[in-house]
Design a protein around this ligand. Sequence first.
Ligand code: ZN
Length: 234
Amino acid sequence: MPYCVNCGVELDRTQSACPLCDAPVLHPTCPVDTESPAPYPQAVSLPKSSRKKYLAFVLTGVLAITSGVCLVINALAADSGLWSLFVLFSCALFWLLGILPLVLWRSSPYLYVLVDVVSISLYIYSFSVTLDSRGWFMEIMLPMLGMLLVMALAMTAWLRRKRREWPDICMFVVVSAALSSLAVDLLLHLAVDGAPGLGFSFVSVTCGAALVVFFGFISRNRRFRAWLTRKFHV
Ligand SMILES: [Zn+2]
């Protein structure tokens, strides 16, 4: 068994350099075995949970550097307006929606949904403050965001109760979208006309009803789903 001439560590016959101090292995009578497999993996492979944290760390750095540079440039050229705040808010929103779930989604999905909706609300509110028109936020956006929170929490609870089939998930999403459009339509009529009324939601609710029938048919009809599976290899 060869030993490193520099640090004395025991070496495998397949190693051409010491794994500790990187000293090259030179043995005139015993050449390096290049045929046998190496005794341990050459590349470091992180477990999945660590990879996610690693990715979250790198992306957080990217967003922090981007926001920081923009804030400094904006501070140096103060007469160009407060545009860097939009970059900061957008980076913060992207972090909350895209990076936080990498570490939070599995452990606390309800908290994640709550954080998401609150961050979207704050993001939109920041625009309404900057544009100095807070009426539409309170009258239209806030009730919509409240509804979004209730629907997202309901869907999370529904998905966690048991494993759902994809046609059922599609039905849930379609019903939520149709109800949302109905609520938006009502809120817009209330805000603009001062009285409840319905307009475009008639179309979306009718489309939603037709789609529920379609997905319901796929969900109930096992033979049709088996045919779909064979046809598309899914
Ligand atoms: Zn060594």
